[in-house]
Write a protein of this length. Structure first.
Length: 188
């Protein structure tokens, strides 16, 4: 195994860990609110038992400014809307917005430290590679967190934004910030 493949492997694992920990922390902080929400009741009424973990997935993506696309197919009342429940809910804390960036920064820092990165140029190569683990999970998450209500109603994270913003931009930017911080700290 070459040095570069080991570095990128470490970054990918750190990206997977950042994704998983972000979801778990958001789950822990929001599950009681989600279980008491109207959305969970509606989803379960249409046969999607245990939809609360999927709705937490919506919040996970909302914390990265990825909207949830809701489609309601009811004559005269239906339509499609893009919603960020964190922004629109008084019961959800804006602190949720800090979790993915903080964990992605930590993933970049860990990647730099585990690979002995001491130069900023090397940090800028290895830090963004956190996306190698985060991007595939963002794609899968955007698909798995979909809820169907009937034949043409439901909700899910907005796919394009989930892939581009949550899957690429967030891990590349915050992974690089963390890796650069790791390189700077290594010099001290």
């Amino acid at each position: 195994m070459t040095l570069n493949s080991r570095r990128y492997g470490t970054a990918a694992i750190a990206g997977v860990a950042a994704f998983a920990l972000s979801y778990v922390l958001i789950y822990a902080l929001t599950i009681s609110t989600v279980r008491d929400s109207l959305l969970t009741g509606v989803a379960e009424a249409f046969g999607d038992e245990g939809a609360d973990w999927k709705i937490v997935g919506w919040l996970f993506f909302n914390a990265q400014f990825v909207t949830t696309t809701l489609t309601v197919d009811i004559p005269l009342f239906g339509g499609t809307d893009a919603v960020n429940f964190i922004t629109e809910s008084d019961s959800l804390s804006p602190v949720l917005y800090l979790l993915p960036p903080a964990l992605l920064t930590a993933a970049g820092l860990a990647t730099a430290r585990l690979n002995g990165v001491t130069e900023t140029a090397d940090a800028l190569k290895v830090g963004p590679a956190v996306a190698l683990g985060y991007l595939p999970l963002s794609v899968v998450g955007a698909l798995v967190f979909a809820i169907s209500l009937g034949e043409s109603s439901g909700g899910s994270p907005t796919l394009l934004t989930a892939v581009v913003l949550a899957g690429v931009v967030y891990p590349v930017v915050f992974g690089a910030v963390g890796a650069v911080a790791g390189a700077v700290l290594a010099d001290d």
